[in-house]
Design a protein around this ligand. Structure first.
Ligand code: ADP
Ligand code: MG
Length: 234
């Protein structure tokens, strides 16, 4: 459960988030759409406890974010634009490193399995500095889920991925959903949003301007709503 109440974020006199109200149930898979500069990444960073809101409330599983930051952080898996991987470490070493931070049991075994799941077992012990953008993103996805988070926060995860990596990512999100994980995914890829999400939120000028469910992977419905609200096409 995530509850946002009158959430605002201001920086350098700029109102980045302007009163966000949102209620998310366990197991929902939500796409956050909106133009560049709308405040989408800022919203995810607030949820990931990386930046503090200016005002308002964030409740995660009923816990107030600003009071229970450490407890909440353990429940979150965050995939930002940067991979957060160590260049000179291999996939295995990176995942073991992050797994240990979260106290993951049988961490080596789990890390190897994840590297295999993202299709890179052949490169298990190669330093990631030699990897392509898509390969790095695959490991970054594995890193974000090494501790089986209850909440997955993904910022433009499909960017730069090949078809194989896109389906790996989609499978990860859907299998986590089956385990009850709640996912918030910022994306410009409407097709993938319609493919794996059951709800769409449109952010514009720091506010949620639409919030609706998607049924039967209806891409046309998403595009139509977006064009109407963001691009002013009717
Ligand atoms: P999006 O992810 O939707 O493209 P962001 O959340 O990254 O948008 O940014 C929203 C707006 O807030 C942008 O205009 C950006 O320049 C501004 N912004 C983001 N972070 C800061 C900051 N730390 N200080 C000042 N302005 C910021
Ligand atoms: Mg962004």
């Amino acid at each position: 459960m995530i509850e946002l109440k009158k959430l605002t974020k201001q920086a350098d006199n700029k109102r980045i988030l302007r009163g966000v109200e949102l209620s998310i149930k366990k197991g929902e898979t939500i796409a956050i759409l909106g133009p560049n500069g709308a405040g989408k990444s800022t919203l995810l960073k607030v949820l990931a406890t990386l930046i503090k809101p200016t005002s308002g409330h964030v409740l995660i599983n009923g816990m107030e974010l600003r009071k229970k930051q450490i407890e909440i952080k353990k429940l979150l898996g965050y995939l930002p634009h940067s991979s957060l991987l160590y260049d000179h470490y291999s996939p295995l070493e990176n995942l073991v490193f992050y797994g240990n931070i979260y106290g993951v049991k049988d961490v080596e075994q789990k890390a190897s399995k994840l590297v295999k799941d993202v299709g890179l077992s052949f490169f298990l012990n190669e330093p990631v500095k030699n990897f392509s953008r898509g390969m790095i993103q695959r490991i970054a996805i594995a890193r974000a889920i090494i501790h089986d988070p209850q909440f997955l926060l993904l910022d433009e995860p499909h960017t730069g991925l090949d078809q194989g990596a896109i389906s790996i990512l989609n499978d990860v999100v859907l299998s986590m959903k089956n385990k009850g994980t709640t996912t918030l995914m910022v994306t410009h890829d409407f097709k993938q949003a319609a493919e794996i999400c059951d709800r769409v939120i449109i952010v514009k000028n720091g506010k949620i301007v639409d919030d609706f469910r998607i049924q039967n992977h209806n891409l046309g419905f998403v595009t139509e709503k977006y064009e109407l609200l963001v691009e002013g096409v009717s």
